[in-house]
Design a protein around this ligand. Structure first.
Ligand code: ZN
Length: 123
């Protein structure tokens, strides 16, 4: 059985793989551990970058969405679609207020700091 990593640490690891330093500043990576073996990984970009996809382990699955969403929303939505219960989420950046509400509504824990503010990028 694959040992589950601290999702916080894993999100930062995947974030650091981004080769483009400018891009690093606007990308957020979220990693959601679930009650199953499966770990979901999401980005606020349209999809994970090639260097990140290549680094995914067997039990890690990308959570994609057709709509523009925060990384946290994508992994939680994907878990629901797959009928998985999320247990702990970690992100590579502090979590905005909307995502904090969503995480708490799903009874998911997090060691990542909450911003306590709404994202500036949306109304
Ligand atoms: Zn958010």
């Amino acid at each position: 059985m694959a040992k589950k990593q601290n999702p916080d640490q894993r999100a930062k690891e995947l974030h650091d793989l981004i080769g483009n330093k400018v891009a690093q500043n606007f990308v957020t990576i979220a990693v959601l551990n679930t009650e199953s073996e499966m770990v979901l990984v999401g980005t606020n970009e349209r999809k994970l970058r090639k260097e990140q996809v290549e680094a995914l382990k067997e039990h890690e699955k990308e959570a994609q969405s057709k709509e523009e969403k925060h990384a946290e929303e994508k992994v939680i939505q994907k878990a629901q679609e797959m009928g998985l219960k999320g247990t702990e989420i970690g992100t590579s950046r502090p979590i905005c207020l909307d995502c904090e509400d969503l995480i708490k509504a799903h009874d998911i824990t997090s060691k990542t700091a909450f911003k306590g503010k709404k994202s500036k990028k949306r109304q």
